[in-house]
Design a protein around this ligand. Structure first.
Ligand code: SDX
Length: 394
């Protein structure tokens, strides 16, 4: 059944859905997009081609890819009136707060792609979101640092365009660095989709009510913000900085083991991967490349990360709990080296995951058997009782 959740009759309320998009084998540490292994896609493909694969189910021909890239490129600008949204925020607003608001508001600007019963409107909404979310993320960053917005350019690839919108200033041209572009493209590719994670399930549940795609993606952004999910990349780098030096690692390892201490090792563990996260392996290669390029191999944060990973992988507690570095463990180190503040780490995750949310949204609402999601509950509250007037209460 293609609904968002299928429930068994009892209160076990196991919820699941069917999908053809992404397959994860948590024990083997395997991640496939439409059957293709993530390590091969990260090595041989690029983000917009992976977007096409997730959306349409097959790798594109050269002509299909060129057409798709042109369609996305020609939708990267946002309506000029949207610029005014940003001035309503304090400069120190978290970029995720801005993205939730502005992406949600897109339905007020793009009326001709909100009717989900129309396949053409569904297609246009998909392209608009993939094209405009990076522009909105870059605008949120520029606004937070008091710099003017930088318009997208149609002669740049997706990752280069995003980096330029974030780092270019009117006073001088931004030189696109191919290695940074490659690293950014790889980060976007590695975060594109991940089966029924919390934010994707949020998008599916919101979509099942027939809400417009922009509202549903805004719901996904809101869920991704949490430190247990997409917010982990920001929390991980902040944790590595708090640890500061290699000699302080044992103190934090002890805290992570202490059941009375809510502290968890950010960037470690996963609900599904009980072996390594295949994305973390690729991300680590990128971290080495970028830091070498930037001549900061002796990055103290990287040293702490490498030592923390080494200790955790040998520690009996973490091994027994099957806690391995996840996709968020290294991405923050790369983004930090590129010059992004930690507050931009999760927005970049959202830029990438938009295609995963949209692909799963299209898969679900395209099915005539879709029904509104209605997770069951196990009631553990008070049994029936009569009202007591206030003067008779204790
Ligand atoms: C993402 O679902 C997805 O696919 C998400 C994601 C995606 O692409 O969409 O992969 C992206 O969200 C990756 C995860 C990012 N989050 C973090 O790095 C935050 C730190 N990690 C933890 O919060 C935690 O590992 C979770 C939330 C990711 C998973 O937590 P669970 O569900 O409790 O994991 P588990 O059941 O496998 O935990 C097993 C045990 C538990 O102890 P016990 O209750 O059995 O005694 O290990 C403990 C946990 O308390 N544990 C940790 C830990 N993670 C789990 N202890 C210390 N440090 C950690 N990081």
């Amino acid at each position: 059944q293609m609904g968002i959740f299928t429930h068994d009759p009892g209160f076990t309320s196991t919820s699941s859905c069917e999908s053809k998009i992404t397959f994860i084998d948590g024990d083997k540490g395997e991640l496939l997009h439409r059957g293709y292994p993530i390590d091969q896609l990260a090595e041989k493909s690029h983000f917009l081609e992976v977007c096409y694969l997730l959306l349409y189910g097959e790798l594109p021909t050269a002509t299909q890819l060129e057409d798709f890239e042109n369609r996305v490129t020609r939708h990267t600008m946002v309506h000029e009136q949207m610029h005014r949204f940003f001035t309503g925020f304090r400069r120190d607003a978290h970029p995720m707060a801005v993205m939730v608001a502005v992406v949600g508001a897109m339905s007020a600007f793009y009326h001709d792609s909100t009717d989900i019963s129309d396949p053409w409107q569904r297609e246009v909404a998909s392209i608009r979101l993939i094209a405009k979310v990076p522009t909105i993320a870059a605008m949120a960053y520029k606004y937070s640092i008091g710099q003017p917005f930088v318009y997208p350019r149609n002669d740049l690839d997706y990752a280069s365009n995003f980096l330029r919108m974030c780092f270019a200033v009117p006073c001088e041209e931004y030189e696109v660095d191919p290695i940074l572009t490659r690293a950014m493209d790889r980060i976007l590719t590695l975060h594109a989709d991940h089966e029924q994670n919390a934010s994707t399930s949020t998008v599916r549940l919101a979509s099942s009510s027939g809400a417009n795609p922009f509202a549903c993606i805004a719901a996904g952004i809101a869920c991704l913000w949490g430190p247990a999910h997409g917010g982990a990349n920001q929390a991980c780098l902040e944790m590595l900085r708090e640890i500061g030096t290699v000699d302080r690692i044992p103190e934090f390892i002890a805290r992570a083991k202490d059941k009375n201490d809510p502290f968890r090792l950010m960037g470690f563990g996963h609900r599904v991967y009980k072996n390594f996260d295949p994305r973390a392996k690729v991300m680590k290669q990128s971290a080495d490349e970028v830091l070498e390029l930037l001549g900061i191999e002796n990055n103290e944060t990287l040293k702490v990360a490498m030592e923390l990973e080494k200790i955790a992988l040998e520690d009996e507690y973490f091994v027994s709990k099957k806690l391995y570095p996840n996709v968020d463990f290294y991405s923050g180190i790369i983004l930090d080296a590129m010059g992004f503040p930690t507050s931009m780490f999760t927005p970049i995750f959202a830029v990438s995951r938009t295609v995963g949310w949209i692909s799963q949204w299209k898969e679900m609402i395209g099915d005539p058997a879709m029904k509104i999601g209605r997770p069951r509950q196990l009631y553990t509250g008070a049994t029936r009782r009569d009202y007591v007037d206030v003067e008779d209460r204790g």
